[in-house]
Write a protein that binds this ligand. Structure first.
Ligand code: CU
Length: 313
């Protein structure tokens, strides 16, 4: 027989309410007894202790047994919840979540990628979480799941979104300067809409493709397209032949051209633009030559905001 597990939300809420309910009952009980004792045995009543028994077996057994049973029942509920969280339904759709400083990208069966987590309503999804650099943590409060992304290993979570909607997704492990930018959403689509989304070929021409690459490599977490200041310099005013002031002891500068942009992506620490922190990770071995050339083409074109569309979180 294959056991049927609770959905993650139900599993966590049940344990939470059970422990919270017991804690609340104990709080009320203990407070009531305390107030009663304060009044009943107040000094002004001059009550004197009388006939103190040295031991009382039934009382000692009761106050040992009842709390033990309560704690064991909490463990039992917690254990059942843990099993529900770790046992993934066999029909779950596999999705890969890639965490990096400071963005998420999601890879679906068939190779489609997105910067928002798109899932079908009513179907279980299993997320394999990896990190490209440091510790991150995938947190979706609406589905009560939270799991670390650990460099060098793959961790898993699963959940089932009952109906369509949009829910917050956070990084909940402090991972550096722009940790707060690692926020995106879970977009739950009706199952048929999800299927057609998944099958829509992502390969698009020109600027739409560049836009997709910017999201895939997480560039927009730190670089804006419209001049808005973020962690790194905006892409808005990048233009071929322009002079960029670099940080360093002597007044250094660089001229924007294909070579400069390539160095900035593959070896970002070599030339830091003045006024910005030296925090960009290298994309060497992480970006294909073809994608690199497409991104450089995009960065050198003058009107970059026309592709920006909605603002990426
Ligand atoms: Cu993070």
């Amino acid at each position: 027989m294959t056991p049927t597990w609770l959905d993650t939300t139900e599993a966590v809420d049940k344990v939470f309410l059970y422990i919270f309910g017991i804690s609340l009952a104990l709080l009320i009980l203990i407070t009531a007894v305390m107030v009663f004792f304060i009044i009943r045995f107040h000094r002004s009543r001059q009550t004197k202790p009388k006939d103190i028994p040295s031991s009382c077996l039934w009382l000692e057994i009761t106050w040992t047994l009842i709390p033990t049973l309560i704690v064991l029942s909490m463990f039992w509920y917690g254990w059942q919840g843990y099993l529900s969280l770790t046992n993934v339904p066999s029909d779950a759709l596999p999705i890969k979540a890639v965490a990096r400083q400071w963005s998420w990208s999601f890879v679906y069966p068939g190779g489609r990628t997105s910067s928002k987590l798109v899932v079908p309503a009513g179907k279980a999804v299993r997320i394999a979480i990896v990190s490209e650099d440091v510790l991150h943590s995938l947190y979706i409060p609406a589905f009560r799941i939270k799991k670390d992304a650990v460099p060098g290993m793959t961790t898993h979570v699963w959940f089932r979104a009952p109906e369509s909607g949009s829910f917050d997704l956070f990084c909940t492990e402090y991972c550096g300067l722009a940790h707060a930018s690692m926020i995106t959403t879970v977009e739950v689509l009706p199952a048929d809409e999800f299927d057609s989304w998944l099958q829509t070929p992502q390969e698009a021409a020109g600027t739409a493709k560049s836009r997709q690459l910017l999201e895939q490599y997480g560039c927009l977490a730190c670089h804006s397209l419209d001049g808005t200041p973020r962690i790194g310099p905006s892409f808005a005013r990048l233009a071929e032949g322009e002079k960029v002031q670099l940080a360093g002891e002597a007044e250094k500068s660089a001229i924007v051209n294909r070579e400069y942009l390539k160095r900035s992506i593959l070896d970002p620490q070599s030339e830091i633009v003045q006024g910005y922190p030296a925090v960009m990770p290298s994309f060497r071995d992480k970006i294909s030559e073809q994608d690199l050339q497409l991104l450089i083409d995009f960065l050198l074109q003058t009107d970059k905001t026309s592709t920006s569309g909605e603002r990426r979180p």
